[in-house]
Design a binder for this molecule. Sequence first.
Ligand code: KG4
Ligand code: ZN
Length: 364
Amino acid sequence: MILGIETSCDETSAGIVDEDGKVLANVVATQVDVHARYGGIVPEVASRQHVIDIRPVVTAALREADTDWDGIDAIAVTHGPGLAGSLIVGLNLAKGLSAATGIPLVGVNHLEGHIYAAWASLEPGPESSPRSGAQFAGYGRQLLDGVLAAGKSLMCLLVSGGHTELVLMRGVNRFELIGQTRDDAAGEAFDKVARVLGLRYPGGPEIQRVADGVSETEPISRAWMRGTHDFSFSGIKTAVLNRARREGIYPKPTSGASEELIASLAKAFQDSVVDVLVTKTVAAAEEFGCGAIVVAGGVAANGPLRDAFHEKSPVPVVIPPISLCTDNGAMIAMAGVRRYASGAKDGWSLDVEPGLRIGAGVPE
Ligand code: KG4
Ligand code: ZN
């Protein structure tokens, strides 16, 4: 079994998976409520909260997986990218545990963790189609390993609060960055637009909630960044801001600002983001002859995005279960399994790398 520890942002989490990547435990202490009153993450507050939560979270994960330290083969830990003061809490605990128990330490790239979470997918189709978790146990693992074993690549869209990247995965641990956002990350745009609309932090789930059920909206333009695999979200954000100003929702909702107006703007924004993400990812998958698409990161929890991918992609789309889309320790353990199996082992010199990239160098 591999233990995964995650403290890169505002979730303190530990997960345990077996050699096949099956999730045996996933304990998440979220700091959402701590940061909500500031309207975003306060780094100093986040690292202090990690210090308080991390040890009980690891203990709870061991209990949930019904194991003790004898059952753990490696300790995987996020060492980047993320907030330096947050990353260091998880990394130092992992080093301490490794020193005390003699269990090997494996540093994991948080972004690779998000992608490997798709191997836990139980879902071969749209949210709306009937399915049963038990029936599809092992679905993601079998499909994705099958595509790679057949010599085909995967097109991975990584959409989180800090990242929006298109990553071509040519094999296990072989990532190549082919596109990225030029400005805001997709999740960041959801969070900022939510703030403009007077909705709570984190904005993604709130925008999805209020947009649900809205049928007609005045559309917002799409930023296609044609001829590239890149994305841009700041223009859409500004378009929402301008319309919100015009309609009297921003900077302060006037008494006339109706919930309908807010819902309609939320829907127009969500439609625009979903359309661009799905269209560009599907086109890139076709261009590179990929055998499947992986969608990962916090924004992959978005229902309309999940449904649109399943509807529009000619190749299978594999998305982690919603609970494994946002930051969690199980995904770090899943990436740790692959790193450990490839012989990776880190020493005490392993340090936090707040700006760590994915697939930006020459692929291994
Ligand atoms: O991956 P994640 O938990 O943290 C980072 O590594 O950044 O992603 C958090 C982001 C936030 O911006 C949040 O608003 C967004 O994911 N998010 C969503 C949804 N759930 C979370 N965005 C759109 N729709 C959702 N349902
Ligand atoms: Zn993340």
